[in-house]
Design a binder for this molecule. Sequence first.
Ligand SMILES: CC(=O)N[C@@H](Cc1ccccc1Cl)C(=O)N1CCC[C@]12C=C[C@@H]1CC[C@@H](C(=O)N3CC[C@@H]4C=C[C@H]5CC[C@H](C(=O)O)N5C(=O)[C@H]43)N1C2=O
Length: 115
Amino acid sequence: PQESEVPIVSVRANVMQYEDSKRKWVPVGSAQQQGLSKVQIYRHTGINTFRVVGRKIDNHEVVINSSISKTLHYQQATTTFHQWRDQRQVYGLNFANKDDADSFALAMKSTLDSS
Ligand SMILES: CC(=O)N[C@@H](Cc1ccccc1Cl)C(=O)N1CCC[C@]12C=C[C@@H]1CC[C@@H](C(=O)N3CC[C@@H]4C=C[C@H]5CC[C@H](C(=O)O)N5C(=O)[C@H]43)N1C2=O
């Protein structure tokens, strides 16, 4: 069967990473203006795996490409700022609005339930 990746959610957020050394969140990507990215969760139809992919709206730069493992801890720190960590780093999503935050969290939850 045709194996492909399909997006299960698409939202807008400012993608951030926590810099342990500086103990602060830094936006990911080169162009600093506005900083909004299109963030999607892709499902690989063949092997049922998931990953978060984010691209800057202005220059399509990939700012996040992280596999979702079933042991991932997803924290909704505020209504519009959610975060999680993997072996290497901590990611933060500063959503453009509450609706985007809610739909992303719902998709992430269904991903974790189905992993
Ligand atoms: C044990 C652990 O890793 N805990 C994590 C959160 C977490 C819990 C459970 C599962 C996964 C995660 Cl990432 C944690 O507390 N972290 C991860 C790195 C940064 C932080 C550790 C300490 C600081 C204290 C304040 C909080 C934080 O960073 N916040 C809270 C929500 C707030 C919202 C937005 C971002 C945007 C910029 C602003 C700021 O840093 O000025 N900011 C914050 O200050 C965010 N912090 C964190 O989120």
